[in-house]
Design a protein around this ligand. Structure first.
Ligand code: C5P
Length: 346
């Protein structure tokens, strides 16, 4: 019998190619329809047997990651232990971060997904991917996607996933990391405030067509008004339930980066921009430099740009770093697979 002494798992960051947000729910969350897309920016976690659970974090933004039981990866390990028949021993998790913290790239959820894969292997618990995804959903809204990877439609809080059947197109992304962070709950709260203001304005004046705090598009052009548009089923606060964007899905099916670039959208973007106005400059700079589409990633503040090719992405990355509109720049391709064990060397 071989004794497993350490398991290393690599897990990708995610972008949201569409993020449509419904009205707030009673539990404080928002119903979403989102298109997740995993990209080649990876955190790595090594799980090793230990007397008691513990964690060390190194790498990008490590000092801002809680190194105690609040850490999502440790919470994931505890949540897995709770469903393993007969329990499981302690684990030490060593996280090497490359995904920036509180950047809208689901780094914390990714680490939770990686911890689940590592502990499942280390403890020989034998849970299926679906069972791990059920555990992941309890730990964070984006954690289940960290296990799945690829491109997938998320509903509910984002945890109910359907893989998107898209051709094997590789998309070339440039990520502009901001000098600062945004808190996800604060960005959702800002969106609720912007929308409440808009609903009040709408009630005071007749409908006025396309405008508003809903869904800025990846081409930097007109904002979308579907959340408040006439004819849509409205929720209790005058906000429509979110819908999957047919134009984006058709663009993904065609594998045409130009179409995908035009169809990128994020309802949280106006809220993120209201809290972090400097991001407008970053988005505008990327579009001026030829990106096919630009948007704030998730709740931000990372801005992402789609390029037509690896060479264009390199040019854009170099020009963006020279433009002084962000802290640093990285290139990534997607889609990539979800959390997976890294085979031991040799
Ligand atoms: O699930 P997670 O811990 O990643 O969510 C962080 C916060 O983001 C939640 O506490 C909530 O304020 C907000 N959120 C939301 N609706 C979602 C996902 C997250 O309001 N679908």
């Amino acid at each position: 019998m071989s004794i497993v002494t350490g398991v290393t798992v690599r897990v990708p960051a995610k972008l949201n190619l569409q993020l449509a947000v419904g009205p707030p729910r009673r539990d404080g969350y928002h119903d979403l329809v989102t298109v997740f897309h995993a990209v080649s920016l990876f955190d790595e976690i090594t799980g090793e047997p230990a007397e008691r659970d513990g964690i060390t974090v190194t790498g990008e933004g490590a000092d801002r990651v809680p190194a105690d039981r609040d850490n999502l990866a440790l919470r994931a390990a505890a949540a897995l232990r709770a469903v393993v028949p007969g329990g499981a021993p302690g684990v030490h998790l060593a996280i090497t971060k490359r995904i920036p913290v509180a950047a809208g790239l689901a780094g914390g959820s990714a680490d939770a997904a990686a911890a689940l894969v590592a502990c499942n292997e280390l403890w020989g618990s034998g849970l299926s991917q679906q069972q791990l995804m059920d555990v992941a959903a309890k730990v964070g809204s984006d954690a289940a996607f960290g296990l799945l990877g690829g491109t997938a439609v998320g509903r509910g809080r984002g945890e109910r996933l359907t893989p998107a059947l898209a051709p094997a197109t590789q998309y070339h992304w440039v990520l502009a990391f901001a000098d600062g962070q945004l808190s996800t709950p604060e960005v959702y709260a800002a969106l609720d405030r912007l929308r409440a203001r808009e609903v009040r304005r709408d009630r005071q004046s007749p409908p006025r067509g396309v405008r508003g705090a809903s869904g800025e598009r990846g081409d930097g052009q007109s904002p979308r008004a579907e959340r408040l548009s006439p004819g849509k089923e409205r929720g209790p606060r005058g906000i429509a339930q979110p819908d999957l964007d047919a134009a984006l899905m058709s663009a993904l099916r065609s594998g045409d980066a130009r179409q995908v670039g035009r169809a990128l959208s994020n309802d949280l973007q106006p809220a993120a921009l209201s809290l972090f106005p400097a991001l407008r400059k970053t988005l505008a700079a990327g579009l001026e430099l030829g990106a096919l589409g630009a948007l704030v990633s998730g709740s931000g503040p990372t801005c992402v740009f789609l390029s037509a090719s690896a060479n264009r992405a390199l040019d854009l990355a170099v020009s963006l770093s020279g433009a002084g509109v962000c802290r640093s720049v990285a290139r990534a391709t997607g889609p990539v697979p979800g959390a997976a064990v890294v085979p031991p060397a040799g």
